[in-house]
Design a protein around this ligand. Structure first.
Ligand SMILES: *Cc1c(COP(=O)(O)O)cnc(C)c1O
Length: 427
């Protein structure tokens, strides 16, 4: 196969039916932004919408806006929109809090359910992946300490063999934040169930990036992030989904008043709301949720163009092109591919590693206007140069140009300059 040159990459963009979606965003001119897996770009609609919420709904409407502007229903309204992107039903998802906090809620509820069903003495293990995102492991460890469970970690390939009668919950991030490797949700959920465990899935790197069908694929609980592929803005609220068969069974531990059956009765006793609403805790972050809704709308805008399936097809075309161009253009410079070569086993990112200079190479790229990020290795994990490809706004020509910049950085040894070797706080 011959790889495209720059005119051919431009021709791919000209023929791309999703290309018009890029106009929804404010992308600084000349920037090639390959970090939408960490912080999505700013939708054009967001500033005006947030200003409207501030000046009219808050400034003029004041407290009446809880009713008149629909503030109270935001967790459900935005939750229902995200639900469409991850293949779950209306009324099954709410938008609230952060990914970390939602993980705490669902993990605790899952443990309560397993304990009730299996008896308190058996099943004392939460099983996860060693290279899962740290906050997921920390939250799990904290719950395990609090409730007398043990967190056990396995390598990705070793997970099925570790699912036995001791495991209460299998807790995984669907797409690994470091490698971009995607788990087989259906197979692992089925294996968890066969072993008598529940399956909790973190969709931080999946929602808005890959098609999902949570109930079909056996998920019991799912949570995910609003500021990555959903373009909700820094620290955007997260989302939480519980399979309807579990949603009414237990209190989640952060039983705040917004999860009460009737918050404005102000009763001293907690009575959990039916269904997913009990997974709310406190007052919705209205400004942040207004921004998130604009971000989610940018992904929903793909629905008439084929929706998540079309986005996935473009994402795979982008990541495949990037990996192939890197291997062709940057051969002999010590880079190797960390992400799976098989398209259906990776999310929407491509990760490279190099024994030396990873951090500085990324800094040199950023100075050239190609933004990815760097994740330091530790133990058996290699240093990672991470490139996220958001199909909503990334062009084929961006892929082509990014690889040319990477080639230049390596060829000229530009990355060895001292200014690219000084560490910043956020990598
Ligand atoms: C980004 C990410 C998070 C972020 O959690 P916050 O509570 O928003 O800080 C959690 N888990 C995974 C797997 C992530 O990729």
């Amino acid at each position: 196969m011959t790889l495209p040159d720059r005119p051919a990459a431009l021709a791919l963009d000209a023929a791309d039916p999703l290309a018009p979606l890029r106009a929804q965003f404010e992308i600084p001119p000349g920037l090639i932004y390959l970090d939408g897996n960490s912080l999505g770009v700013l939708p054009r609609a967001t500033a005006a919408r947030v200003q409207q919420v501030v000046q009219q709904e808050w400034g003029q409407g004041l407290i009446g806006s809880w009713n008149s502007a629909g503030w109270m229903a935001l967790p459900q309204r935005v939750g229902d929109k995200i639900a469409r992107l991850v293949g779950v039903g209306e009324g099954e998802m709410v938008c609230a809090d952060s990914t970390s906090i939602n993980l705490y809620k669902v993990l605790a509820a899952a443990l309560s359910i397993v304990q009730a069903d299996a008896g308190a003495a058996s099943r004392r293990v939460v099983l996860s992946e060693r290279s899962n995102f740290p906050t997921d492991l920390y939250i799990a460890e904290a719950i395990c300490r609090e409730r007398g469970f043990t967190l056990e970690l396995a390598e990705a390939d070793g997970i099925p063999a570790r699912l036995d009668a001791r495991v209460a919950v299998l807790m995984l991030t669907h797409v690994n934040y470091r490698s971009g490797r995607m788990h087989d949700m259906a197979a692992l959920s089925a294996a968890a169930h066969a072993a008598g465990a529940l399956a909790v899935w973190d969709l931080a790197h999946s929602a808005g990036a890959v098609p999902l069908a949570l109930a079909r694929d056996g998920a019991d609980f799912a949570i995910g992030c609003g500021y990555k592929y959903l373009n909700g803005g820094p620290g955007a609220p997260a989302f939480v989904w519980v399979h309807p068969r579990h949603a009414g069974r237990f209190w989640q531990p952060l039983a705040g008043w917004m999860g009460h059956a009737a918050p404005f009765e102000f009763t001293p006793e907690y009575r959990p709301a039916a269904g997913i609403a009990r997974y709310l805790c406190g007052t919705p972050a209205v400004l942040a949720m207004a921004a998130l809704e604009c971000g989610v709308d940018t992904v929903l805008a793909a629905e008439p163009l084929g929706g998540m399936a079309a986005l996935r097809a473009k994402s795979l075309a982008l990541t495949t092109l990037f990996a192939e161009l890197v291997e062709a253009r940057c051969a002999g410079h010590g880079l190797s591919l960390v992400s799976p070569r098989e398209a259906d086993r990776r999310g929407s990112q491509v990760c490279l590693t190099r024994t030396e200079g990873g951090y500085a190479i990324m800094q040199a790229l950023i100075a050239r206007g190609v933004v990815g990020d760097f994740r330091a290795g530790s133990g058996a994990l290699p240093d990672i140069l991470r490139f996220g490809f958001t199909p909503l706004y990334t062009r084929f020509v961006d892929v082509f140009d990014a690889v040319e910049h990477l080639h230049q950085v390596l060829l000229t040894g530009e990355w060895r300059r001292p200014e690219f070797n000084r560490r910043q706080a956020v990598t």
